[in-house]
Write a protein of this length. Structure first.
Length: 320
């Protein structure tokens, strides 16, 4: 004879509004699957997805799109012209065939010192100012920005904002403030539908975290990994707000030698500052290096190391 435990029956859990709607969605039974043809399966699937689409639209959990809908917010509809034709060709591409930096995404350019990263950033800023009428916000950490040279490269310094944050936390606050003051894409008037902002951060390698800045020694072991954790937390906030606005963030970064890397062990010998959070968050990563050309010239090489959801395959190369 088995052991019987007496007690009150548990209360039946009340179904939420979402659970009630989901439970109404028809379920395909196993017996019915066996009797259906392929065409019948397709028809049943389409009917089931239509009913599910209608039920999900009743929930207040955001807009529901079909993947074929041209209004899907993750589709690249417009791009930023960089001002370099060779560079634009291997950048993001819209269905209309236009190329450039994606709008509503983050882009990272990195390379060794002195390869022309800041100059490229100035040319991109000047191009979006002239062609699109966008605003430019420049966040400087290297303390080496030359407004006169930026003007020679086509940048309108009179209509651009220049800030020098002290640490990563201040930089993130400024970026979020710019995003908050930029209206969402669907709330802009028709005559200002394409207005936006370009944010340039120069550079990640010179950006300290606040604990590192306030530390007396500056090299306290307790500060190890703080910058990477802060960057990871910030990217989750930035990505959500960025997707709804005509804003593009351009991160300038530098390469450094990998710690503990030995020759013959395989893989790349260099890496970038800031950990993996920035690598995962950006839609495009551009590796740059320069080569002397003539007496005073310089040939810049570009390699697209990452091109996620931008309409072009990665690892394309260009020279400018």
């Amino acid at each position: 004879m088995g052991l019987v435990i007496k007690g009150k029956k548990p209360d039946i859990k009340k179904q939420t509004k979402a659970e009630k709607i989901i439970n109404k969605t028809p379920v395909l039974k196993k017996k019915k699957v066996e009797n259906l043809t392929i065409d019948g399966m397709y028809k049943y699937r389409n009917d089931m997805m239509e009913k599910m689409y209608a039920n999900l639209t009743k929930l207040d959990l955001g807009t529901v799109y079909k993947m074929s809908d041209p209004l899907v917010p993750t589709k690249i509809k417009r791009v930023l012209p960089t001002g370099l034709v060779e560079f634009d060709i291997i950048c993001a591409r819209t269905p209309a065939g236009r190329s450039g930096f994606p709008i509503g995404r983050q882009v990272e350019i990195y390379g060794p010192p002195g390869c022309g990263k800041t100059s490229i950033a100035c040319q991109v800023a000047g191009s979006v100012q002239k062609r699109l009428g966008w605003g430019v916000t420049w966040l400087e950490f290297e303390n080496k920005f030359d407004p006169d040279r930026a003007k020679l490269l086509g940048m309108d310094t009179d209509s651009a904002l220049f800030l020098q944050p002290e640490c990563l936390e201040d930089c993130i606050d400024i970026i979020l403030e710019v995003l908050e003051n930029t209206p969402e894409r669907n709330k802009l008037p028709d005559d200002m539908k394409h207005f936006g902002n370009l944010i340039i951060v120069d550079s990640v390698s010179q950006m300290p975290s606040r604990p590192e800045l306030l530390s007396k020694k500056g090299m306290d072991s307790n500060n190890i990994g703080v910058f990477q954790r802060k960057m990871s937390q910030a990217q989750r906030r930035i990505t959500n707000a960025l997707s709804k606005r005509n804003v593009t963030i351009m991160w300038v970064n530098q390469t450094r030698a990998k710690l503990g890397f030995g020759f013959g062990s395989g893989g790349e010998m260099t890496t970038t500052y800031g950990g993996n959070a920035l690598k995962f968050a950006v839609a495009q990563r551009w590796n740059m290096w320069s080569q002397k050309k003539g007496d005073n010239g310089m040939l810049i090489h570009f390699v697209n190391q990452k091109n996620n959801g931008c309409g072009m395959r990665p690892f394309l190369k260009a020279e400018a």
